[in-house]
Design a protein around this ligand. Sequence first.
Ligand SMILES: Nc1ncnc2c1ncn2[C@@H]1O[C@H](COP(=O)(O)OP(=O)(O)OP(=O)(O)O)[C@@H](O)[C@H]1O
Ligand SMILES: [Mg+2]
Length: 233
Amino acid sequence: MLDVEYIDVSYNGAQVLFNVSLFVEKNEFVTLIGSNGSGKSTLLMTISGILKPSKGTITFLGEDITEKSPRDICNMGLIQVPEGRKIFPFMTVKENLELGAYLPKAREQLAKSLENVYELFPVLKERERQMAGTLSGGEQQQLAIGRALMARPKLLMLDEPTLGLAPKIVKELLEKLKVLKQRMSVLLVSQEVYQSLRVSDRTYVLENGRVVLEGESKKLLEEESIKKAYLGI
Ligand SMILES: Nc1ncnc2c1ncn2[C@@H]1O[C@H](COP(=O)(O)OP(=O)(O)OP(=O)(O)O)[C@@H](O)[C@H]1O
Ligand SMILES: [Mg+2]
């Protein structure tokens, strides 16, 4: 579904990603981990088309999207949940969700999508008329994901959606992402290494802008280097 091949990415001449390759298959849940500054967000922004690689190609659904605009990439069904829960605080939960269905194709299916989001996140249904800014942190994060789902993604990308949430909420949210992969592919950037590896199919480890390890999440959980560097055991 998504194929990133040998990309280099720089900010004003300072190279941040080196020869990075990664793929995500249909209905696959892939996690991307790595320490602060290793280039995870940069990689997601490059896939979204916001940053352009100086070398390499990105293919989505068999089409070369390396030179496409973020808008065109979005239209193809590659949707990223923005960082920091960028919801509209003075609009209701329902209005925020409706805004997610801005693409013509998604608009046609708005009612059905809304039903699906409410099924996945019942709390949003309960609070549908509440101002989004008054939701708790965990609820706001569900709203941000729900809004991305309204765009009917084929591949959903999330950059640290569990940041700052209580452990119990983190676990619940990651379990929900696992449910989503029945309907789409998921690419998750996460600092919750243990929990993310438990729910995902495959994982990439990024260090200093390079993929240093890749494999089945279950196997990486057993890997000594992962245990030492990320799990504190
Ligand atoms: N707009 C920018 N201009 C210049 N350098 C940048 C810019 N954005 C990020 N960088 C640098 O690129 C490197 C990778 O940053 P990136 O945000 O991709 O890392 P990350 O893995 O997402 O880190 P974190 O876990 O802290 O979110 C860092 O050294 C960062 O300082
Ligand atoms: Mg980041």
